[in-house]
Write a protein that binds this ligand. Structure first.
Ligand code: SF4
Length: 356
């Protein structure tokens, strides 16, 4: 089956930062058993931008967003870094990591909302959809009357393509796709500036997956919020994201516009990920996959963590961690963690040298 394109993979003009993650470090466990799951992540989300976060299972994508919103369950521990939220209108940024719990609770849903993995199963089976929507809104807008709350619940359902009459339905009377839309409606109830979606379509069939993604893109265009969209499916991100950050072993290894990642992925891991998924458009091609298995975080290799799986690995890769930085090519805003693109071109053997 050929599916229509959701949107052209072209970089949109984006505004100033709305969320800035700086050198974020997360550990699981304590003492000698401690495992470092995030190793100094730097990432910025801009106003109105769709930022895709991709990588294999266990690379740290979910840990990153749960830590950034302080929703990380134990034994996860934020060991360092800052997460700056810019409220807009020139106001000073707030460091979410150090924000008092009361303020943070008020800010969740209002400033930053999350649709969790498998969120559609989080609806309470014994309450009607309308009640669950109005309870969420009332917790933040206690001054609203019952009529106002009910009106807003109907409006939200309409916004995500569900008949407002469904306020009277119980979750079991809705399909999986509709329940997921209800969760998206709930996340947008207070008109947040940032919407984080953690694999929001994984449990759905491919057609429903597409409808939901189209809906998110359309709502983003209309309401202007910023999105962090987490998935392991890079080909989906190519269609909907403005920018893509690829994660491996608890760090970002490539951060570039979706167009650049699609046309010319720089990091060998990004290239492997792209070739692991069938293209939704264009001619069929053989899938390649990535050799080896994701790394054991307890025993990460010295140097580049991808070296044991990388067909291009050369001398410095097994000794020096390349770190995320600009490439030696003129590529505005692109960052890559790979010695192949090191600014010191003489580091790279001639047969491996990549041209710009
Ligand atoms: Fe491969 Fe070396 Fe680049 Fe790591 S730094 S991705 S091992 S070429």
């Amino acid at each position: 089956m050929t599916l229509p394109m959701i949107g052209a993979p072209a970089a949109r003009t984006t505004g100033s930062p709305v969320l800035e993650i700086r050198n974020l470090v997360v550990d699981y466990g304590y003492g000698d058993d401690r495992v470092r799951a995030l190793r100094g992540v730097d990432l910025t989300l801009h106003e109105g931008e769709v930022l895709g976060l991709a990588g294999e299972s266990g690379c740290g994508k979910s840990t990153l967003v749960y830590a950034a919103t302080r929703l990380l369950p134990p034994p996860g521990l934020i060991s360092g870094g800052q997460v700056l939220y810019y409220p807009g209108d020139g106001a000073e940024p707030v460091d979410i990591i150090r924000q008092p719990e009361r303020e943070l609770r008020a800010a969740r849903w209002r400033d930053i909302a999350i649709v969790f993995q498998g969120a559609m199963n989080s609806l309470n089976p014994v309450f009607r959809i309308g009640r669950q929507l109005t309870d969420t809104i009332a917790a933040h807008r206690p001054e609203w009357s019952r009529t106002e709350l009910d009106g807003r619940a109907r409006e939200l359902l309409t916004m995500v393509g569900i008949s407002p009459e469904r306020v009277r339905s119980y979750p079991h009377q809705l399909s999986g796709g509709m329940r997921q839309r209800v969760m998206i409606a709930m996340a947008l109830a207070l008109e947040p500036r940032v919407l984080i979606m953690d694999e929001p379509t994984t449990a759905l069939d491919v057609v429903m997956q597409r409808q939901i993604v189209e809906q998110i893109v359309e709502l983003r265009e209309r309401l202007g919020f910023s999105v962090i969209f987490i998935t392991h499916d890079v080909s989906l991100l190519i269609e909907i994201a403005d920018r893509i950050a690829i994660m491996y072993a608890g760090e970002i290894v490539e951060d570039a516009s979706a167009d650049e990642v699609y046309r010319r992925p720089r990091h060998p891991y990004s290239r492997g990920l792209l070739r692991s998924f069938p293209p939704l458009h264009g001619p069929r091609r053989e899938l390649e996959g990535i050799p080896g298995a994701p790394p054991d975080f307890r025993h990460l290799p010295t140097g580049c963590p991808f070296a044991p799986r990388c067909r291009y690995a050369f001398e410095p890769c097994r000794e020096l961690d390349p770190g995320l930085g600009e490439t030696r090519f003129v590529e505005s805003g692109r960052r890559v963690a790979c010695h192949l693109h090191d600014q010191r071109a003489d580091l790279v053997p001639a047969e491996l040298a990549v041209r710009g």
